[in-house]
Design a protein around this ligand. Sequence first.
Ligand SMILES: Cc1cc2nc3c(=O)[nH]c(=O)nc-3n(C[C@H](O)[C@H](O)[C@H](O)COP(=O)(O)O)c2cc1C
Length: 192
Amino acid sequence: MTQTILRLDTSARYEGSRSRQFTDAVLAGLPPTQITTRDLAAGVPQITEAFTTGTFKAPEDRSATERDALALSDEFVAELQAADTLVISMPTYNFNVPASLKAWIDQVCRAGVTFRYTENGPVGLLKGKSALVLRAFGGTTTGSAGDFATPYLTFALGFIGITDVTFLDVPAEASAAEIEAAVSALHRPLAA
Ligand SMILES: Cc1cc2nc3c(=O)[nH]c(=O)nc-3n(C[C@H](O)[C@H](O)[C@H](O)COP(=O)(O)O)c2cc1C
């Protein structure tokens, strides 16, 4: 089966971005047709009042304003549903994920679409997907007290059903072995 990848870039910088360069290297061997790229750093709108009302209504009951407010979210969700693997390329900003990635998560957490409420709590509706998170950082090492990015992303992706998540540190200067390790993480068998 051909693996389809949704790549999210989130670094505010382009020149010299470690996360972008490392992700380029990891995905270099794959045909571009397998990869959909979203550059979130270019801007992701924050959810609006019409989003919050529209998201809890059946599509046919939404006003034109609510439909408009959900249009980009629908696109993001469709891209996510079509992907086998989510590759998130990201820096750490002020101990957490970039705000653009948080905004994307707000856009894709959709009741009745990517998760649903049950008597036993919310259940993720995305199945059979994995995520590879390539996290660049300065001093906030993975798992240290200031690393809110790793637990937040783990929980948020799990909330919509993506529980097979691998985090790799983006090295200052990636060796061939480090790139190869990331490629292996990308090609590992999908979780059941
Ligand atoms: C505004 C800003 C805030 C940052 N906050 C943190 C932080 O909280 N922890 C950390 O380890 N690094 C922090 N950094 C460093 C970046 O994560 C690091 O430079 C990383 O390489 C940036 O990713 P990029 O190279 O892909 O642009 C920050 C950088 C910037 C510009």
